[in-house]
Design a protein around this ligand. Structure first.
Ligand code: ZN
Length: 439
C-alpha cells in the first residue's frame, strides 16, 4: 500500500501506551499500525514523531471572530458584562466587512497554529451591523477551509423581540447558508419569547441551536429550564447547546446534580468559557471574588456533553487570548482544582472529543477512514499536554500540513548532540519547508 505521508512512532490520545505508525493517503487516514512496517515510497513524506502525542485537532465550540481584536477601540472602567455589551455595541457601528475579515483572519491564524482544526463561530446579526459580520465570516470560512472547518452560528447579541428588524436579518442569514442559529435571551425584553422564536427558526431550517445563557451568579432562576423544555417539545435533543451557564457555579452539589439529570435527559450540551466567565463574573465582590465558572466536569459524569471554549479574544469581554484551547483546559483544571491524571484527561476531552460530539462531527478522530486531521503535540500523553501546556508542533488538515514549528533550541555552552537535534534536522525540517509553500 502506498502513502502520501507516514507519521512514525506516534502516541494516539486515549491509547498512549502503544505507539503506532499512521499512514495517510488521499487526505484520509489509511492505516494505523502498531508495528513499524509501513513502507514509504518515492515521494511520500516520512515523519518521525519519536513517541509524541497526536490528536485529531482541538475543537473550538464557541468563538467570536467578528468582534475579536478590538481592545484598542474600547475603553472600559467597570469591567462588567453590561459595560462589555455596550462598549462592543458602540464599536460595532464602525465595523466594515473588510475590517471584520482582517481581524477574524488574525484570530483564525492564531487558532490554527494552536492546533485547532474545527470551529463553531458565533456571528452577531442585528439592524446596526446587518449581515456584514455574516458575510465576512462566511468568506473566512471559505478561505480557511484548507486549515479549519468552520460552522457559523448567527445570533442576536442585543435582543431579538426588542430589536425591530433583527428577525428579518436572522432569516436572511439562515436563507444565506448559516449553519446554525443562536440566542441571547438575557438581553431581550422577552427572554422566553426569544427562546421560542429561536426554536421555531431551528425547526424551520433544520439546524442546531446554541444559546448564550444564564450568564450571572443568581441561581434562583434560570432560562435553562425553558431551553430544556423546548428542546424536548421540538425533539431537538443532541442538537442544542447552552454557553456560559455561570449560574451553575452558584449551586451546591445536590442542586447541580438535579440540573445535570435535566440536561442529560433533554440532550442539552453545555459550553464553559473560562476566560470570559472568570473575567466578568463577581465584579461586585470586594474580596473572596467568586470564580463564576460552571463546574461542568461534574456534569460530564452524568452524561452531559460539555466543552471548554475560547469565546472572546482581545475585546472588553476578554482582553486576553492566544486562541489556545490547551491553555483553556489548563485554566479550567486550575480553577476547578483538578490535578489527578484522570481529571486532567477529562479536561483534554473537553477541548477535543466532547466538543466534537457537541457539534455532531461524525468523522472526527484518529481512525482509519476519517479525514487525516492530525495535530502533533510536544509531549507523550494527555496529562502532560494539559499540565505542561505542550506546544503544538505540526497540524495536518485532510492530509496536508497546514503549519509546523520547530522545537526550542537550547544553546549549551558546550556543544552537546541530542535527540532533539536529530528530530529537528530530520523530518520536521522537511515539514517546515512544506509549510512555507502554504498559500
Ligand atoms: Zn459567546
Amino acid at each position: 500500500m502506498s502513502f502520501d505521508t507516514i507519521l512514525r512512532n506516534a502516541r494516539v490520545a486515549g491509547q498512549e501506551h502503544e505507539p503506532v505508525d499512521i499512514g495517510v493517503r488521499d487526505g484520509r487516514i489509511a492505516v494505523i499500525s502498531s508495528r513499524p512496517n509501513l513502507i514509504a515510497q518515492d515521494n511520500a513524506r516520512d515523519i518521525a514523531l519519536d513517541g509524541r502525542l497526536v490528536i485529531p485537532g482541538f475543537v473550538e465550540s464557541h468563538i467570536h471572530l467578528d468582534k475579536s481584536c478590538i481592545s484598542d477601540r474600547c475603553s472600559c472602567r467597570t469591567g462588567t458584562l453590561q459595560e462589555a455589551i455596550e462598549s462592543v455595541a458602540a464599536a460595532k457601528l464602525a465595523f466594515t466587512e473588510e475590517d471584520i475579515y482582517a481581524r477574524g483572519r488574525r484570530t483564525l491564524e492564531k487558532a490554527m497554529v494552536q492546533g485547532t482544526t474545527r470551529m463553531r463561530a458565533h456571528v452577531e446579526v442585528d439592524p446596526r451591523i446587518g449581515l456584514k459580520g455574516f458575510r465576512a465570516v462566511s468568506q473566512l470560512k471559505r478561505d480557511f477551509a484548507w486549515a479549519v472547518d468552520i460552522e457559523i452560528c448567527v445570533f442576536p447579541q442585543e435582543g431579538l423581540l426588542s430589536d425591530p428588524g433583527c428577525d428579518e436579518l436572522l432569516v436572511e442569514a439562515c436563507d444565506g447558508g448559516a449553519d446554525l442559529i443562536g440566542g441571547c435571551p438575557y438581553t431581550d425584553s422577552d427572554p422566553h419569547g426569544q427562546i421560542a422564536r429561536i426554536f421555531d427558526l431551528g425547526k424551520r431550517y433544520d439546524i442546531d441551536i446554541d444559546f448564550h445563557l444564564d450568564f450571572d451568579l443568581d441561581p434562583s432562576w434560570m432560562h435553562l429550564d425553558e431551553v430544556c423544555r423546548q428542546t424536548a417539545e421540538y425533539g431537538k435533543g443532541g442538537r442544542v447547546t447552552i454557553g456560559h451557564a455561570t449560574k451553575l457555579s452558584a449551586l451546591d452539589h445536590a442542586a447541580l446534580d438535579q440540573i445535570g439529570v435535566k440536561l442529560a435527559n433533554a440532550g442539552v450540551a453545555v459550553t464553559v468559557l473560562p476566560a470570559t466567565d472568570l473575567f466578568l463574573m463577581g465584579r461586585g465582590a470586594g474580596r473572596l471574588v467568586p470564580r463564576g465558572v460552571a463546574p461542568v466536569h461534574r456534569l460530564v459524569s452524568q452524561g452531559v456533553t460539555c466543552s471548554l471554549a475560547t469565546n472572546n479574544v482581545l475585546n472588553p469581554f476578554t482582553p486576553f487570548g492566544d486562541c489556545s484551547l490547551l491553555r483553556m483546559a489548563n485554566l479550567y483544571a486550575n480553577i476547578a482544582q483538578l490535578g489527578r491524571p484522570e481529571e486532567l484527561q477529562a479536561c483534554m476531552d473537553m477541548v477535543t472529543l466532547l466538543p466534537a460530539r457537541l457539534m455532531n462531527l461524525g468523522d472526527y478522530g484518529i481512525a482509519v477512514g476519517n479525514p487525516a486531521d492530525i495535530v502533533v503535540l510536544d509531549c507523550a500523553d494527555r496529562v502532560s499536554a494539559v499540565s505542561e501546556l505542550a506546544q503544538p508542533l505540526l497540524a495536518m488538515k485532510r492530509g496536508r500540513i497546514s503549519f509546523s514549528r520547530p522545537t526550542a533550541t537550547i544553546n549549551w555552552p558546550v556543544a552537546t548532540p541530542s535527540l532533539e537535534d536529530d528530530f529537528r534536522a530530520g523530518s520536521f525540517a522537511e515539514a517546515k519547508s512544506l509549510a512555507r509553500s502554504v498559500p
